[in-house]
Design a protein around this ligand. Structure first.
Ligand SMILES: [Zn+2]
Length: 241
């Protein structure tokens, strides 16, 4: 088999200057996280949430992909058909590094979605207009394309497909608070965790006794860009075995 499943998170884009809700206690660029990331907040104040995603989109424009984005994009070409890359990030830095096959588990910042026909359309880095209209069906009922707490994430089905098809799991810059990487890693013979900090295994049910890295075969305790060389060596070793 010898295929690889990669799940990346906020830590991948942190060195490119993309802030996340994990950076500060409950606040994300001065917005309350539960307001801008939950269906409840969305129902209460659509304009506020729209403003928030407009600002994130604008903020993304001048950010640049880092060495890990580039390394991951290059892997797609080098090991064609052998890499499943699923990201929790909604930015487009992997695509700007020329990745073409990344699955965005939590949606994309540079698209909007129509609530009538459910199709998405690209808007790049501009704000959503007050009279924004769906180009597919003409509806004015249009929203950001980011999955919120309280919504289903249809792209998660790709995780289960990738698990069945891979024997090396790599988690980059994610603490597993949204997707439980400890539950996932137990299905793999080989695994690599890349995180600058050692973290406790924590789920919705509370704190567990072990650290996340205890469950992984290799733990590269460094930032995403700091782990590039060692990660590539381990992948090479695995795929060329
Ligand atoms: Zn539509």
């Amino acid at each position: 088999m010898h295929k690889v499943m990669i799940i990346s998170g906020a830590g991948l884009s942190a060195e490119s200057g993309i802030s996340t809700f994990r950076d500060s206690d409950g606040l994300w660029e001065n917005y309350d996280v539960m307001t801008v990331c939950s269906t409840q907040g969305w129902q209460q104040d659509r304009q506020l949430v729209t403003n928030f995603y407009n600002a994130r989109r604008e903020d993304l424009e001048d950010k640049k992909p880092n060495a890990m984005h580039k390394a991951l994009a290059a892997l797609e070409t080098k090991y064609k058909g052998k890499i499943h890359h699923l990201t929790q990030n909604v930015d487009d830095l992997l695509e700007r590094a020329r990745a073409k096959e990344v699955v965005h588990l939590h949606g994309t910042l540079t698209d909007l979605r129509c609530e009538a026909c459910h199709q998405t359309f690209e808007v790049g880095y501009r704000a959503q207009r007050e009279d924004e209209q769906c180009p597919h069906c003409g509806s004015y009922s249009v929203r950001h394309n980011v999955v919120m707490f309280g919504e289903s994430a249809p792209m998660y089905q790709h995780i289960y497909k990738a698990i069945d098809d891979s024997d090396l799991f790599i988690a980059i810059g994610t603490s597993g608070q949204v997707i439980d990487i400890v539950a996932l890693v137990q299905d793999f013979k080989h695994s690599i965790l890349i995180n600058p900090k050692q973290e406790r295994h924590q789920t919705a049910f509370g704190d567990f006794e072990k650290n996340i890295d205890d469950y992984f075969e290799h733990f590269l305790q460094t930032t995403a860009t700091g782990a590039v060389d060692e990660m590539l060596e381990l992948i090479e070793e695995h795929l060329c075995r």
